[in-house]
Write a protein of this length. Structure first.
Length: 221
């Protein structure tokens, strides 16, 4: 292990539950009862796509842009004030930093609120750079964001690990030649078995991260 790329939501931050409930919470602020499993329908959509879905299926007033702004305010507030690190994250990042292993971030979320959250939680300092799918111009179904993050660290894919809770992103990284550290998240537990198969290392929580594994990987490098 000569470098590691971290996903954020569901990997570093315990935030996936928020995303699963965001649409329903917004509707409730308007006095509207949401359908069951709304979160699953909205999850793969961008904020704008999600708002269009809500406008098409619920009696929402206001332009799409206005609703997007209201939802963005909810997101910023959550990341600025409420979101927490997953168990064991800070300790693992500190260990990696002490071992002088470079770290970057590859996220599907937007830079501004990710930076706010990581700064507030005291871990932003550990990362060389944040890469977002928006800025790269492609999602994690393409390897571009991982390749760019590895390039930033000046480490080839074969010596770089990608930490992910999402199965599709983990598959993308694996197919691009990266090692994968899978991390369990309750919101994607139905993918656990498949993610275990894709991962070189699978952790239920970051507290399970084995220090002897890190030492073994460093000797390889």
């Amino acid at each position: 292990m000569r470098g590691i790329i971290f996903d954020v939501d569901g990997t570093l931050l315990d935030s996936m539950g928020f995303w699963g409930e965001l649409g329903a919470w917004y509707l409730k602020t308007k006095g509207i009862r949401p359908e069951e499993n709304l979160g699953k329908k909205l999850f793969p959509m961008t904020t704008e796509e999600g708002v269009r879905y809500l406008k098409a299926h619920y009696p929402l007033e206001g332009e799409t842009e206005e609703i997007v702004e209201e939802i963005q305010e909810m997101i910023v507030k959550y990341y600025s004030e409420e979101v927490k690190l997953k168990d064991g994250v800070k300790e693992v990042l500190k260990k990696l930093h002490e071992k002088k292993i470079p770290m970057t971030i590859a996220t599907s979320s937007e830079r501004d609120f990710i930076e706010k959250a990581l700064e507030r939680l005291g871990v932003l300092k550990y990362f060389q750079k944040i890469f977002t799918c928006t800025e790269i111009g492609k999602g994690k179904d393409a390897p571009d964001i991982f390749l760019e993050a590895a390039r930033q660290m000046d480490v080839p894919a074969k010596d770089t690990w990608v930490a992910e809770d999402g199965l599709y992103a983990a598959k993308t990284a694996r197919q691009a030649g990266f090692h994968v550290a899978g991390i369990f998240d309750a919101c994607s537990k139905e993918e656990e078995e498949e993610l275990r198969k894709v991962s070189d290392l699978y952790l239920y929580t970051w507290k399970e991260f084995p220090e002897e594994f890190l030492e073994k990987e460093q000797k390889k490098g």
